[in-house]
Design a protein around this ligand. Structure first.
Ligand code: FES
Length: 101
């Protein structure tokens, strides 16, 4: 088990390797909208991965294309529905609220 920290609330949760980042956040009881059902189409699950980037899966072309169309993206931007938690190190994410698509 590895730790996921969710900002700005500071909620922490444990996850097993192979868990979707979106699912881990929802399992922790934190609200994160997923309008497209995890298909990389809505952008509503956009967040920043602030720590532990070696502990998450690489970006797919579909995720990259969707992020390019969103407002407020940065070098730490990811779509939670497209990220798999690898379990190799602890991960910290920052939810963006109104910035998300
Ligand atoms: S839930 Fe729609 S892009 Fe992630």
């Amino acid at each position: 088990m590895t730790t996921l920290t969710i900002l700005p609330s500071g909620t922490t949760t444990e996850f097993t390797a192979g868990t979707s980042l979106l699912q881990a956040i929802l399992d922790a009881g934190v609200k994160l909208v997923s309008k497209c059902g995890g298909e990389a189409k809505c952008g509503a699950c956009h967040l920043f991965v602030t720590e532990g980037r070696k502990g998450i899966s690489k970006m797919t072309p579909a995720e990259n294309a969707r992020l390019d169309s969103l407002i407020g993206i940065g070098s730490k931007s990811r779509l939670a529905c497209q990220v798999t938690l690898l379990g190799t190190e602890a991960v910290t994410v920052e939810l963006l609220g109104a910035l998300s698509g």
